[in-house]
Every structure is written in structure tokens, then in C-alpha cells.
Design a protein around this ligand. Sequence first.
Ligand code: AMP
Length: 633
Amino acid sequence: MNNPILGIDLGTTHSSVAIVDAGFPLVLADQEGHRLTPSVVHYPTTGETPLVGRKAQRMRVQAPSRTIYDIKRFMGRSASDLSDREWEVDYELSRTMGEPLKVLLGDRTLRPEEVSATILAQLKRIAEQSMECSLERAVITVPAYFNDSQRQATLEAGRMAGLTVERILNEPTAAALSYGLNRLKENAKVAVYDLGGGTFDITILEMFEGVFRVLATHGNTQLGGRDLDQRIVDYCIQQCASSALREAIKSHPECMAKIRAAAEEAKITLSQQTEATIEIPFLYQEEHFSCHFDRDTLERLSQPLIEKTRAHCLRAMHDAKLESQDLDQVILVGGQTRMPLIKQKVAEFFACSDFEENRGDIRIGQSFHEQEGPALHTGEHPDEAIALGAAIQGGILSGTLNHLTLLDVTPLSLGLETFGGLMNVLIPRNSTIPTKAGEVFTTAVANQREMLIHVLQGERERAADNWSLGRFVVPFESAPRGVARVGVQFAIDANGILKVLARNLKDGTEQTLEIQSAIDVEDQQVSQMVESSVENALDDMESRRWIEQKLKAQQLLQAVDCSLEACGTSVDGNMVEFIELKVREVKQTLARENPETQKGDIARLKASMKELDEATQALAAMLLDEVASKLLE
Ligand code: AMP
């Protein structure tokens, strides 16, 4: 590999390391498979090698004064900079005013850079073990609001860890890179909403001469998922069955730590489920703790936290002199943004046009063709976005990612053939990649046993006039019309590869299709397709209207057929004859369709359908009576 550069997210609560490997940015896992390392270092009294990450985290209750967390908040700062609340940590800090802050460990002092260097050295080790080579170069991220001395301290920590720091990168810029937004147009504006475990930042970026510049940044270094955990802990304590247990929890740090861990776990569970049980056997001596917790309660407890972030968003937008509609994209970063309510609220704050709740991988509802507000990006792993972005910056610096400067938008629309041979667009032309869209489809006729997923590209209304990119069939069990449901998702990654995923929503079975060339289309072919769609716009629209009307007519014919069969001989012969006459008229109008242009006489079809509908009114009433009398029997 060509001298790769690591991307490091040195976070307040968690850190992670990523690399561009064979053209793909990926977050590296430690030997136990964890991709996030708690930013915690424990210094044993015996002077042995410090413990880092999970092992150190476990020591927080046992040896709080020698277990250092949140060190990022003290980087490059002096005692006089700190607010009263910022002193509230479980370990000791030197309080000599005007001097850089230090951690006091018995008779030893540590500079925050040294603690951070230990975390960075651990991340370097994780990367080297995973890649099986030695790695020295790195891009390290810092919050956009970090001043020069905080940046210098980060640089120094990198050097102490044996790294050559190629660049100190703003976290929101890294996040934007990870979503492929470096290929946005000039002056495009992006809001990065970053809610982690201990801190909140909102940053407004503008693309200027090919790089992002910060227009405004706001935040709170004391606001994050941890505050929410605390509220859940308070709620749990209120729910305690006995006042003795309540008091025991308050006075025993180990009990408190157990409750805190269980509260966080329940919070995470409720991002996927609507109910959770918090259960801690033998929390204190023989006493167990058990409490039911649901998403509504969690959301109620989250309101104050969300409102605080909203106030910061308003300030940042005000400082940047922007309104929501001036933004092009909103990105969510930080583990706490996995919470569904946060996604929903951020979409509301910024009046995002295309937010829909992600249920599994499939978005329920329509794809978004018109875009008024900014697009909301919610990645699968919002807590990994910064490290990935840093790795991408590293890839650009080391030259391993040059080939990635492909087209940045979809040159033509991508969609599916729907019943009747029409094109249903999921990703419209000119959508910035990477992008995702999905829709749920259902069966158009009864007892349909399969659904054809035919992937199309182009701008024409009829499937046959577009290009076919691939097809596959989703089977399902026989069911009445409209019962079987298939969710289809299109996802185009930064390399222009289209992944089509179809999931049978009843049994969860999935099928996927990967199309390599969804973006790679010759300019000439693109212009031909666009020109032909403009030239044929009126004709195409007429075909679409005819096909849609034809489908309705076919459904009506089927319903009439079933009704006649159900009422059998009890219907008056004249009535049957009259209905059959009207059925023939509808069928004749359908038969006059021009098969090549797929057009017919829409007005006549509508009129004959209306007549058939009227002719069957009495039949429908009879059917209803029959059902009612059966019910009364
Ligand atoms: P970060 O600092 O970005 O690593 O974010 C850590 C915070 O995200 C912690 O407060 C976690 O409890 C929270 N978090 C992680 N995963 C989830 C999830 N699935 N749902 C809600 N919160 C989460």
C-alpha cells in the first residue's frame, strides 16, 4: 500500500481510527471487534503501563481518581479558562491560575497531551494490528471551535504517540467528507449537527473554492447523551420499590454505576424498539432492581436536551445569517443522533424536505422528487463519520483516493417498472451521490405469487422507453390483492455503485442486486435521453394517463366479474345482460389501444367505466344485503 494515512477521531467520550484500504474508507476494529475505543486511560498505582479504552473504563468505579476521562475538554486550556461545572470530574486537576491545566495523580502530574497521546498510541496499535504493517502518518480531527492552543496541544499529543500529523482537520468538515459532500457545488451550505456522549456542536459550513469554510459554530461542551442517561437514572431511582434501595443507590457509587450502565443500554435499545425492561439482579445486597421503560417516557425525558440543542442551532443559523432554505444539506453525527426522535427533531429544526423515518433499511413512503428544504443525511454509523472523513482526507493527501473524483450526481433518473409498464422514479436525475431512496410496493392483482423488480434508468414515462439495468423476482405466498408488500431501496454509494435491495415485508427475506454502471453514462447518451424526454413529453404523459386509466378499468372488470359470480342465479336476467353489455363496451375501448404507443381513448374509457359502474349499483346493493343477511343468520 502507498504509505497510507490514518484518520483519527480523538473524541471526548470515544475515539476511533479509520483508513482508506483498496479505495474504500473503513473504520478499524480492535482484536475484540470493537470499532469505538472509550477515551479513558487508567494509571495503576504500581506505575505499570496504563490501561486504555474498555479496560480503563471498567476501572472508573474502582479507582476514579486514577482513571482519566473527558481529557479532550482540558487540552490546551488553563485553569482560568474553566467554568465551575468543568471542574466536576472524578480525578484531580491542578488549579494554578494562568498555567496550563494538569492532571494530578498522587505525586505525579500529567499534561492533557500526555493522556491523549496514550489514547492515540492505542489507536495506532489497533490500526497496525488490523493492517499488519507499521503506520505513522495521521490526520487528527478537532472541534471547529478549538482555538490555536487546543490545536497545538492535539498536534503535540500526536507527536508524543509517534505519529506524523499531516493535518488537523475540523470535525464537521470530516463528517461532510464522509458523506461525499466535498463534491458539492461552490457556495453549497451544510449544517453538521453533532451530538455525542458528552458534547454537542452545530457547525455551518460553506463550500468555498473547493474546501469547506466554517460560517458559524456553536455548541456546549457539557451537553450530550450522558445528560440523557442521568435523567434516566433519576427516573429509575424514583421507580425503586423501596426507599432503602433508593438511598443505597445514592450512597454507593458501584450501584450508581450499574444503574447508569443499564440506563444507557435501555436508551440504546429504545432506538430500535418501543419498550425495554431495566433489570439489575442483586443491585444492592439481596435487592433486585426492575423497571419498565418505554420510548414515550424516554422521549419525554429527552425534551430538555433536544430543546437546548435547538437553541444552539438557531444561534448558529443566525450567526451565519442563513435561513433553513439556504442550506443544501444537514448531516447528523455522533452516537446520540441514532435516536429516532433526534433525527425527527433535527429535520424539523432545519425544515428538511426529505426526512422520513428509517425503519430497518427501508423507507416507507414516497421517494422525494421535489426538494424545498435541505436534505437530511443520517448515516448508519453516525459515530464513525468523523474518523471516516479523516481517513478520506488522509486518502486525498496520500494520493490513494484520486480516482474517486467521479461524477458527483446521478446523470439520469433511476427507478422501477411498475404494473402496466410505467417508470416509477426512486432517485431523480441530478441527485448528489451518495444517496438513498425507497418505496413500498404492493400487488396489483389477487393471488400474485411474485413481483418483478425491474431496475430502469432514464427520463421517459414508459418503462420500455428507458434503459434496463437489471431485474430479479421477489416470490411470495398467494394473497389477496394489495396484501403482499415489498420494500425496495436504491442506494448509490460514493463510487456510483447502485445497490438495489428488495425485502418481502411479511417474512423479511431480502434480495439484492448490484449495478456497477449506474453513474457511468456517456455524456452523449445522457443528452440524447434528456432530449427525447423533452421531445416526447406530451406523448409520454398521454401514455401514462392511458395506462393508469387502463389499470383502473381492469380492476373494475375483475370486481364486476367476482360480483356476478357471487350473486349467481339470484340476479335478474335483464340486469345481467345490461351489465354484460357495459362490460363489453369497456373491453372494446381497451381493445382499441394502440399497442405500440400504448395510448387509447381516455375520455371514452372513462365514460364507459362510469356507465358500467352505474349499471352495477343494484348488483352491489344485492351483494351488501346478502352479506348482511348472512351475518344475521
Ligand atoms: P459518541 O460520543 O459520538 O461516541 O456518542 C456516544 C453517545 O451516543 C452515548 O451517549 C451513547 O449512549 C449514545 N448512543 C450510541 N448508540 C446509540 C443508539 N443506538 N441510540 C441512542 N444513543 C446511542
